[in-house]
Ligand binder design. Structure first.
Ligand code: G3D
Length: 176
């Protein structure tokens, strides 16, 4: 299903949204949907949305499930991807290492060579949530020297920080 569907939706740059299960990806897409989404195409196992940021920028965002059983499939969605948005549950200290390992596997894929990375430290509305510095060191982002990367705090639940984050993603893609 991936390749043929990819051809039909190839116009705007493709952005892939990944993260562990429960990181907040569906909530994030739902929030965006209420505001600036042009179209949603629910499909089996994943969602695609065309996200209109302003007059010029449209991104096609692919949301592939993050459950452990789906993670081995992430690699099939990476061809032609122009940016990776990696969502982390900043309130879940116990899974930051698992998030780091899953990120490292995905970043080693040849399709993501030089592709910019945006890390979203989600659920920062929660009192116990890690700061972006904590998430950044938990994921060991400083070792990520071979690509452009940024980290931003957000709350998918409250809709905070999302639009800015995707605008930064659009800029990172243009800069490349
Ligand atoms: P996923 O699509 O990455 O698997 P979901 O994750 O979007 O299904 O979110 C998992 C749970 O986290 C949901 O709670 C959701 O409401 C919650 N969540 C997502 N984003 C935020 C956020 O920014 N802040 C807070 N406080 N919670 C968030 P439930 O209870 O439905 O499992």
């Amino acid at each position: 299903m991936g390749p043929s569907l990819r051809k039909q939706t190839h116009q705007p740059p493709q952005v892939i949204l990944l993260g562990l299960d429960s990181a907040g990806k569906s909530t994030l897409l739902y929030r965006l949907h209420q505001g600036v989404i042009m179209e949603t195409v629910p499909t089996i196992g994943f969602n695609i949305v065309n996200l209109k940021l302003d007059k010029k920028s449209v991104l096609t965002v692919w949301d592939v499930g993050g459950h452990e059983s789906m993670r081995s499939n992430w690699k099939y969605y990476l061809e032609g991807c122009k940016a990776l948005v990696y969502v982390v549950d900043a309130s879940d200290h116990s899974r930051i290492n698992e998030a780091k390992m899953a990120l490292n596997i995905i970043l080693s894929d040849h399709n993501l060579k030089d592709v910019p990375l945006m890390v979203l430290a989600n659920k920062t509305d929660m009192q116990n949530s890690m700061t972006i510095n904590d998430v950044s060191s938990g994921l060991d982002l400083k070792s990520c020297t071979n690509r452009d990367w940024e980290i931003q705090a957000c709350s998918a639940l409250q809709g905070l920080g999302l639009h800015q984050a995707f605008q930064s993603v659009a800029k990172m893609i243009t800069k490349k």
